[in-house]
Design a protein around this ligand. Sequence first.
Ligand code: AVJ
Length: 313
Amino acid sequence: MSPESSSFARDVREALSRPEHKQLPCQYFYDDVGTALFQAIALLPEYGLTRADMRVIRRLAPELPACLPAPAAVVELGSGDGSKTRRILEELARRQPLTYCPIDLSASALAHCARELSAVAEVRPIEASYLDGLRHAVCQRRGGQPLLVLFLGGTIGNFDRTAACDFLRGVRACLLPGDALLLGTDLVKPVHRMLLAYDDPAGVTAAFNLNLLARINRELDGDFVLRQFAHEARWNAHHRRVEMHLRSLVAQTAFIRAADLECEFREDETIWTESCHKFDAGEVRQMAVEADFACAAQWIDETWPFAESLLLA
Ligand code: AVJ
């Protein structure tokens, strides 16, 4: 077994054998099939998030150089979508040559990103988790030159609110005054709009969610019968998040050989697969201050409320 699939096996085992709510970590959505399904989600009329982020970035990119000390390096948490990042790099590269360090656990995502952006910046991919990768990138800093960290796309919404604050503090602890973080967050909108975005009528999000079980079958020799699970999106008003679940339609047992796990499900029991927290713009500024950043600017899309916030260390 590759080291990658053995940590997958370990996490699946831990997550599916807990006595409380079964919960799978959402980072495992993104194998090749899951990545392709997410790209399809981003094209759905019901899922406006990715297009809103692109619009916001198109607007902010030309304004960005005037908002911060000229960074010599841009570090992206997640290898990102080439087109959003390109906008930003192009504007910053007018002032001085740039190093671009995408951080991702997926080597193939990093390779794709390097191909897309090597014409705009010197690409130095870092295969690591976000904070480990960021620490590594910070060590490469040349002669006190400032860094800009990108965390786009609203991925921070996958963390619980306290974990999101802790994460921002973790990022801040790696940075020096003069460094900056550009942070994307999806904003609260009418509930029916949010639910439709995570339960589209064509069933693309359902396929994305179910692919997690398909991936366990493929990589960990599991025997989940996918037709006996249903995709479900719920709005949790207390936590202001959309939760994705997989509901077991019958009482059943699944075997996952490579995780050495026999997993029982009651009828209607769910596996909680993702949380997508929604914010309001003031709350993001507040979180920034709590993590010892100053919010220098915020750009918001009006059609699909989504914010990019520029936070200065
Ligand atoms: C990539 C984490 C921003 O939370 O909206 C899309 C992932 N999940 N549809 C999100 C996702 C279901 C997405 N992020």
